[in-house]
Design a protein around this ligand. Structure first.
Ligand SMILES: Nc1ncnc2c1ncn2[C@@H]1O[C@H](COP(=O)(O)OP(=O)(O)O)[C@@H](O)[C@H]1O
Ligand SMILES: Nc1ccn([C@@H]2O[C@H](COP(=O)(O)OP(=O)(O)O)[C@@H](O)[C@H]2O)c(=O)n1
Length: 217
């Protein structure tokens, strides 16, 4: 079978990471959640209380440990759980709009995908990070359904949340991500749209698995 890269983009809580992980497992591919990388830099920004993003990225040693899922190690510390908390979520789109942050991370992401065999999810994977990816998916779902899904995620993680607040936060973040100057969230011309509203995880995974198989022959 031919080695390929798969790019999955879309708005917040559409199901990108969940599906990317399952598709990667199916084909023994590497799964990379790029949102976690932006979250890790945001955590460092919060800790340092500095707007000097050029300096911040120089001080950061970010390691992505690809085991069953993905662990994020920031300057030697495993921050995989910490980066899901509300203070990071609130500021991540702001930090992700900064040019030095994006340049730093896009380079690392491209290196991870150099040898192919990667399923990568984010906002600009099909447009900027892997414009030559063999399969590009643009995953969406209604705001209502995304908020309910994120509420369940947060409950499982022990993060305090409220449905109305989550809806507002998801919409705010989408607007910010779609309207920033550098590689905004937009569907790549050659991406296939999948609306996951009302679909099960298995149904979405199967749809993408079938599309991927066609690209591997
Ligand atoms: N059809 C579906 N597709 C993807 N995720 C779904 C679906 N139905 C429910 N979910 C749940 O929605 C949540 C999506 O979160 P996540 O994968 O982190 O989204 P994203 O990476 O787009 O932010 C997960 O808890 C997942 O279990
Ligand atoms: N490739 C990417 C991935 C994430 N991001 C930013 O990082 C934020 C968090 O991404 P995420 O995938 O963890 O977000 P959730 O949808 O999982 O909450 C997004 O809202 C974007 O601002 C980005 O700009 N580019």
């Amino acid at each position: 079978m031919k080695k390929i890269n798969i790019a999955i983009d879309g708005p917040a809580a559409a199901g990108k990471s969940t599906i990317a992980k399952l598709v990667a497992q199916q084909f023994n591919m590497i799964y990379v959640d790029t949102g976690a990388m932006y979250r890790a830099i945001t955590l460092y920004y919060i800790e340092q209380e500095s707007e000097d993003f050029d300096r911040l990225v120089k001080e950061i040693d970010l390691k992505i440990v690809l085991d069953n899922g993905q662990r994020v190690i920031l300057n030697g510390k495993d921050v995989s759980e910490r980066i899901r908390e509300n203070d990071v979520t609130e500021k991540v789109s702001y930090v992700a709009s900064k040019e030095s942050v994006r340049t730093f991370l896009v380079e690392q992401q491209q290196k991870l995908a150099d040898e192919k065999n990667v399923v990568m999810d984010g906002r600009d994977i099909g447009t900027t990070v892997l414009p030559d990816a063999e399969l590009k998916i643009y995953m969406i779902a209604s705001v209502e359904e995304r908020a309910v899904r994120r509420l369940k995620d947060n409950e499982l993680r022990g993060i305090e949340s409220d449905l109305e607040f989550l809806k507002v936060d998801i919409e705010r973040r989408d607007q910010y991500d779609m309207n920033r100057d550098i590689s905004p969230l937009v569907k790549a011309e050659d991406a296939i749209s999948i609306d996951t509203t009302g679909l099960t995880i298995e149904e979405v995974t199967n749809q993408i698995t079938e599309l991927a198989k066609d690209k591997m022959v």
